[in-house]
Design a protein around this ligand. Structure first.
Ligand code: AMP
Length: 453
């Protein structure tokens, strides 16, 4: 089972040949583990995540999107009404609970309903359109954990609210691709479709249901249920037996009204204009009820899993603002899975963001020198100089080794005598030369030398 393999691969216990089974509680000596499907993102992973966040912030700024931070907890109804009560996300995957005050709430499974809720709650309707927002943060879905699928995972999302023109759809796709480019993630493919609007979708739905009813016995159990509640979702089913049925099903694209057809055509023309290749996938519907017209998804060929991994996707949601209590307001957006982006960066051996190396290392010997070092550290840091230290260590040799390991070009050494004289020994690590300078001149001297590097 893929899930077990992953757990074994990652656990230190497994490497040592021990069983990875969680131990039974032994009262106060119990060693806690993360909750199933959730994980720590350790310091050595952080450079990748930092790089993703930086890319998102840069591109958001370039395209005029403003950051919004949304709560992790929202009223459950927001997602039921927003994403759709019969969608997998809401029906099977939502983390829901009652607060002590009796409110029905949920951990957010995605960001779009919250963004629209915030748009309405804070009167953003009065702002010039489109209102462009982006968010970054954890999402929660009670799905079966496996490689690349967690119960707590991270997404960033972009939402442009208030504009129906297909140029916005093209621009948001361009923006998403720009993020892949900045992150140097290659071999991303774009799949795209139009699922119509409230004018043309009902008649398509009827056609689809009548086709699927005839093939009911060939559908999986889930899709048999979907046939009653949410037939469009059947087109998204990954079961092999359903895939055979879907292949012959009527396609949304052949049943669009003239407005939807024109909207989609003009979007494809925009993509051609900016030379964005796409694959038309007439069975792409995405998992949420709120989509209308354009839907799209980004995939990457994963060597590790020998399959196409979905990195993110989105589309138009022209009815969601009204559904959540606002006026008729078209909108378009997408969300991307950060966990999968990081996995791809590693698979494609993209360099992670490197934090700046320290310019100065502070080495100290003795109690008084330690105290003085604290003061010098503060002065250097306030002057914008990156300083490293290991105040806990007393051994000079080990401190110099550490300075070398961190590649600090300058080391300031303070011993008992220097501390009393208020001086430091400035050591140039490249040449090995040393000179004594007074406390008062440290910042000036260091700045002078750092400039020369
Ligand atoms: P969705 O809104 O479901 O299409 O999700 C957008 C993206 O979020 C997906 O393409 C994935 O990259 C990521 N994602 C969704 N669910 C999970 C999960 N359970 N674990 C990790 N990433 C996820």
């Amino acid at each position: 089972m893929a899930r077990k393999k992953t757990a074994l691969k990652k656990s230190g216990a497994a490497k040592k040949g021990k069983t990875a089974k969680p131990k039974k509680s032994t009262g106060s000596r119990k060693k806690f583990q993360t909750v199933r499907g959730m994980r720590d993102i350790l310091p050595q992973e952080q450079p990748y995540w930092q790089r993703v966040r930086k890319a998102v912030e840069k591109v958001a700024n370039d395209y005029g999107y403003q950051r919004i931070d949304l709560p992790l907890v929202e009223y459950r109804q927001l997602f039921e009404r927003g994403a759709g009560a019969t969608t997998d996300i809401v029906e099977k995957e939502i983390f829901k609970f009652k607060t002590r005050g009796g409110d029905d709430v949920a951990l957010r499974p995605e960001g779009t309903p919250s963004a629209v809720r915030a748009y309405l709650q804070h009167g953003m309707q009065t702002l010039p359109k489109p209102v462009k927002l982006f968010y970054i943060g954890p999402m929660y879905r009670f799905d079966r954990p496996q490689e690349g699928r967690y119960r707590e995972f991270f997404q960033f999302g972009f939402e442009a609210i208030g504009e129906g023109d297909s140029i916005l759809d093209a621009q948001i796709i361009q923006l998403a691709l720009r993020i892949f480019h900045v992150l140097k993630i290659k071999k991303v493919s774009l799949q795209i479709n139009s699922i119509g609007c409230k004018e043309c979708r009902p008649s398509y739905n009827k056609l689809l249901v009548s086709y699927l009813k005839n093939c009911r016995s060939s559908l999986c159990m889930n899709c048999k249920q979907r046939l009653k509640k949410n037939p469009l979702r059947i087109l998204d089913c990954k079961e092999e037996k359903c895939a055979r049925v879907i292949k012959q099903a009527p396609q949304t694209i052949d049943h669009l009204c003239d407005d939807c057809k024109n909207h989609f055509t003009s979007l494809l023309e925009c993509l051609d204009e900016i030379q964005v290749p796409y694959v038309l996938n007439s069975y792409l519907v995405r998992g949420l009820d709120y989509y209308s017209r354009t839907v799209f998804e980004f995939f990457v060929e994963s060597k590790e899993t020998q399959s196409q991994a979905a990195l993110g996707g989105g589309g138009r949601y022209d009815y969601l603002v009204k559904l959540l209590g606002g006026s008729d307001t078209p909108a378009v957006g997408f969300a991307m899975g950060m966990d999968r982006l990081v996995a791809q960066m590693k698979e494609q051996k993209v360099e992670a963001f490197e934090p700046p190396t320290p310019r100065v290392y502070l080495a100290q010997l003795g109690d008084l020198a330690k105290k003085k070092s604290l003061r010098i550290f503060d002065e250097l840091e306030r002057s914008g100089i990156q300083v490293a230290e290991s105040f806990g260590r007393g051994n000079l040799r080990s401190q110099l080794k550490q300075a070398d390991r961190l590649k600090a070009p300058i080391v300031l050494i303070i011993g008992q005598r220097e501390a009393l004289d208020e001086t430091v020994i400035l050591k140039d690590m490249a040449s090995g030369s040393q000179e004594v300078i007074t406390f008062a001149k440290i910042v000036k001297e260091v700045k002078k030398r750092v400039k020369r590097l």
